[in-house]
Design a protein around this ligand. Sequence first.
Ligand code: AMO
Length: 445
Amino acid sequence: MQRTLIGDLGAHKGEEVTIKGWVSVRRDQGKMVFFDFRDRSGTVQGVVLPPPAGGLATMEIAKEIRNEYVVSVDGKVNARPEKNVNSKVQNGDIELEVMGITILAKAEPLPFDMSVDGYNLDLTTELDHRALTLRHPRLQAIFKVQAVIIDSFREYMKSQDFMEFQAPAITPATAEGGAEVFQVQYFDKKAYLTQSPQLYKQIVMTAFERVFSVNKVFRAEPSATTRHITEIVSLDAEMAFIESWTDVRDMSEETVRFVLQQVEKKCARELEVLGAVLPTMIEKTPTYSLTEAFAKLGVPEDKDLNPEQERKLCEIVKEETGSDFVYVYGYPTMKKPFYVYPNPENPEFNEGMDLLCRGVEWLSGGRRVNDYAQLMQHVEKWGMDPKKIEMFLEAFRYGAPPEGGFALGAERMTMQILGLKNIREATLFPRDMNRIDLPLSETEI
Ligand code: AMO
């Protein structure tokens, strides 16, 4: 019989169907055996009635099955009696009466309780066993939401006529500056894993005007915080013919708004599983210069907000306006990368911006220097080797329009949209200074 997805069973009441999936839980109750079956579309409760109704062979197989066995089940979709209806769970009004079971793959006894209610692992154990814990509905919900976030970024960019391009991962130079870069042995030379597709998105922009990319970037981040990982999915955009940095801000704001709308629309079940409340984006997200932000905080001006100040600023803005988001722009020019555009009226500060949400930075961007002579001055002032970025400079030597762009970290976005405490929860296979799949202290690589 053709396979029916568990999520569609509600439309097959009274019918015989075949489902395929995993056994989340087996519960023996007197002469009956209950199962929670799970497939990509959800879960359903099944029951094997005592023989002869269920058949002797079916009962024997049922008794052999443990959690996480992969099975094909023939059964009848019955409406549950009124008193057994559970409106809080998916398929809570039906039950699959099992007529026959085939074991497709066996599973060893589990190292810990994976049941919906019994699952209670600390993050380290959860990550050590990602290959298994990923099957838990809570974790599945996180990564389904992440898939929708990334997909919606693409969708919005395309709707605004941005073209997707593929950025390289191996680069001869560091775009973002600083020491947070992984060096790789490239034959007999040194190269780097890209920190950002920054220079490449700017090059490609000079040919296609509006471009975006979804790619891995790498940061040799030596701090073990709850918001830093070393391998990140970066959602990047770059747009030509802007009038002001605020055009970039507005585009980034509408991108985030669309992503939030799509998550709300497509992930209702996942948000419920996670008990997540989406952040509020009001009609016009408040924007403050860094100077204004420090004044709001009532502390002396510095080169950047520290994590505590980011948190505090978000709290103040939330209270004043109801917005969970706030843009901060105008950072000290020399403290940021060479490509950021200085404010012509006050060149000490730039036209770069960050978007904070619920206390954490999600997005950076701003206007870029597009004038070749000015760019060369910056290259010199920032002490960069022009030979290493020759390809980038060539694009700007031959006519580059006023432009800007932005980048979102997909993991930070997922973390903050879902209100997770640690970015590792929002990363399928997180890499940090202590872990590549397994703790580095215990792994020979
Ligand atoms: P930035 O360095 O701010 O900007 O990075 C952009 C976004 O990427 C995410 N991010 C990180 N997430 C987790 N762990 C990290 N170690 C980490 N580092 C960065 C954040 C951040 O907001 N080229 C510029 C962007 C631009 O101007 O277009 C850039 O890379 O969400």
